[in-house]
Design a protein around this ligand. Sequence first.
Ligand code: SPM
Length: 295
Amino acid sequence: MAMLSRIENGWFKERPTLWPGQAMSLEVDTVLYAGKSEFQDVLVFKSAAYGNVLVLDGVIQVTERDEFAYQEMITHLAMFSHPNPQRILVVGGGDGGVVREVLKHDSVQEVYLCEIDETVIDVAKQFLPSMASSYKDPRVSIKIMDGAQFMSENQDFFDVIITDSSDPVGPADVLFKPPYFEKMNSALRQGGIICSQGECIWLHLDLIRPLLESCRLIFPSVSYAYTTIPTYPSGQIGFVLCGKSADTSFSNPHRVCEPGSAIQKKLRYYNHDIHKAAFVLPEFARRAIAGEKEE
Ligand code: SPM
């Protein structure tokens, strides 16, 4: 089986399609699931150092040990930037981790998870319970379908849309293109916000720069932030944030996560200071994203 061939001498080695010349390896304890869904290769293994790991098409999606660094940031950067997020759409994210984070906000009334690949949800329920247990919450509705299609059917509807996608290869490719961002804009209510998986400043500035340029033609507020996470390439991943209102200032969010508050006690990575710091980019990335030339 293709995915098992990525395990050699007890080590899983990531397929570096989008980051040639480097590859993350994790020591494998036990293979828990290896199969092929309608859309992609799916592998789950128990690792020696990072707990259970979900891999899609040869690329690490989540590990139990460090997933919070990504799931908290892609969620709360958007959620705290909205004054009163009630109706939320998560596109992708079949493991359930982003849904778990969204539900930590008391204002949330309805959460829609739109995942094209039901196998991801099934393996998460079995092997990633700390994430997929979020599906038991009565506010959550699961839609097994294309996210863009679901948004076309629900215009002017959501306060926050989070696109927790895999990389722009195969089924997720369309989620990094301008038509998808236009669809998200139309599906947002007044004052709505989107946050999308935005790849890595060390590896993908050539993708990030034009994507942000397109977003600025669609949304009045656009910003880029990042988090650190050991098991994604180069230990880092970014987020594209866009707002339907020109008043949205992502680095000064509408709501502050107060130290000692009930929600802060549920978070392990996110706090108000790291929210503000996430938008401060290293100079090479700031220049590239601003379209400035290197000296
Ligand atoms: N809920 C977690 C799903 C993970 N979605 C993002 C996965 C990205 C994996 N590749 C990272 C590459 C960064 N350049």
